[in-house]
Design a binder for this molecule. Structure first.
Ligand SMILES: Nc1nc2c(ncn2[C@@H]2O[C@H](COP(=O)(O)OP(=O)(O)O)[C@@H](O)[C@H]2O)c(=O)[nH]1
Ligand SMILES: [Mg+2]
Length: 331
C-alpha cells in the first residue's frame, strides 16, 4: 500500500484531484483541513515492487500471477467470501505482508484477527456528535429498513439515554408507511408529525425544538430515481437536518454505488448498514463505506426494535465481518 496526499483549496477540490490522480483502485484514507485548504490522503494498492517470479516451492503457472503465501491466501479467501471488493482486499493483504506474521502456512490463528485490525483501522466512524445530532433523517432506497431503523434509534435514545424523542415523516406516499411509524410512535408515546411540504417540516421542527432527538422518515426511492430524490432534497432543504444513508448489507456493490451516487445529492453524513443478518457477505457495504469515504454510523442485524441496532464502531464491524463475531453489546 502506498500513501499519497493530494492538496486543494477546498475539500472537494482536493477530492477531485485525488480521484483523478489516484485512479479507481485507490482508497480514501483521510480528509483533513490544513492552512490554506484541505488535504486528501489516499492509499494506493501496490507500492512495493511486484515479486520477480514465484517463490521457490510455490510455483505459479506460466502467465498467471505468482501464488500468494498460503497464510495470506487464506486471509484473502476469507475477505473475498465476506464480500470485500478487490481494492480493499489488496490493501489489507499488502498491510498483512508488512506485519510480523508467519504466512508460509495457512494455520496461523493470528492472521485473520490482524486482517480485522487493519480493516478496522481503515474504516471511519461517523464522529460524535454525528450520530447524536439532534435531528436525523434516514434516506435511501425502498425497503432497506429506514422506518424500522428510525424506530430502533428512537427507542435506543429513549430507553438507554432517557431522552425525549419525536418523529416526523415525509413518507406520505403510502398510508401503510405512516401507519407503520405511527405504531412505533404510539408504543413509545412519542409525538409523530406527518408533513407534506418544506414549510410543514420547518413548522414541525419548530414545534419539536425542545425535544432532545427528532427522527425524520423519508420515502424510499429507487437508486436511479434522481428526480424523486431531488424532491426529497427540496423537502429537507434548509431544515438543518443531518441525513444518514441507509443501505442493506446484502446488496451488490454496483447497486450500492448507484444508490450512493443518487442519494449523494442529499449529502448524507454517514452510512447505516442494515440487514447484516440476512447475508453471508456484508463486505460490499463495508467496501462502499471505504471507497466513498462515507463514515459508518450504525449497523442493524435483525427486526427487533430497538435491540437490533449497533454503533458502527470500525473495530467491531471488521471483527464481525472477518471473524464472525456478534454485534451484541456487553451489558
Ligand atoms: N432481517 C432484518 N430485517 C430488517 C432489518 N431492518 C429492517 N428489516 C425488515 O425489512 C423490512 C422493511 O423495513 P422498513 O423499515 O419498512 O424499510 P423502509 O421501506 O426502508 O422504511 C421490514 O420487514 C423490516 O422488519 C434488519 O436489520 N434485519
Ligand atoms: Mg419506510
Amino acid at each position: 500500500m502506498r500513501i499519497t496526499t493530494f492538496k486543494g483549496g477546498t475539500v472537494s477540490e482536493a477530492l477531485k484531484k485525488a480521484r483523478e490522480g489516484a485512479g479507481p483502485e485507490a482508497l480514501l484514507v483521510e480528509t483533513r483541513r490544513v492552512p490554506g485548504g484541505a488535504e486528501v490522503v489516499m492509499a494506493l494498492p501496490g507500492g512495493r515492487p511486484a515479486p520477480a517470479g514465484p517463490k521457490p516451492g510455490r510455483p505459479g503457472r506460466a502467465g498467471r500471477k505468482p501464488a500468494l503465501p498460503p497464510g495470506l491466501q487464506k486471509a484473502v479467501d476469507r475477505m473475498k467470501s465476506a464480500g470485500l471488493t478487490i481494492p480493499v482486499r489488496k490493501a489489507v493483504a499488502e498491510a498483512l505482508e508488512g506485519c510480523d506474521l508467519y504466512l508460509d502456512e495457512p494455520g496461523d490463528p493470528s492472521v485473520l484477527p490482524a486482517a480485522a485490525r487493519i480493516l478496522g483501522g481503515m474504516l471511519k466512524r461517523l464522529e460524535i456528535p454525528g450520530p447524536r445530532a439532534r435531528v436525523t433523517a434516514l434516506v435511501g432506497p425502498t425497503g432497506v429498513g429506514k422506518t424500522t431503523t428510525l424506530a430502533k434509534l428512537a427507542g435506543r435514545a429513549a430507553v438507554e439515554e432517557g431522552l425525549d424523542v419525536a418523529f416526523v415523516t415525509l413518507d406520505t406516499y403510502r398510508i401503510a408507511a405512516v401507519e407503520q411509524l405511527r405504531a412505533f410512535a404510539d408504543l413509545m408515546e412519542a409525538p409523530l408529525s406527518v408533513v407534506f411540504t418544506p414549510r410543514e417540516l420547518k413548522e414541525a421542527l419548530a414545534r419539536f425544538k425542545h425535544v432532545d432527538r427528532v427522527f425524520i422518515d423519508t420515502p424510499g426511492r429507487g437508486p436511479m430515481d434522481v428526480r424523486r430524490v431531488k424532491e426529497i432534497r427540496a423537502q429537507l432543504a434548509g431544515a438543518g437536518v443531518k441525513s444518514l444513508l441507509v443501505l442493506p448489507a446484502g446488496a451488490r456493490i454496483g447497486d450500492l454505488r448507484a444508490a450512493g451516487r443518487t442519494f449523494g445529492m442529499l449529502k448524507p453524513a454517514g452510512l447505516v448498514i442494515t440487514k447484516w443478518d440476512e447475508t453471508t457477505a456484508p463486505g460490499g457495504a463495508v467496501s462502499f463505506s471505504l471507497e466513498t469515504g462515507l463514515p459508518l454510523a450504525w449497523v442493524t442485524n435483525g427486526q427487533e426494535v430497538p435491540d437490533d441496532v449497533h454503533p458502527g464502531e470500525p473495530a467491531r464491524v471488521a471483527r464481525a465481518l472477518l471473524l464472525g463475531e456478534t454485534f451484541e453489546e456487553k451489558k
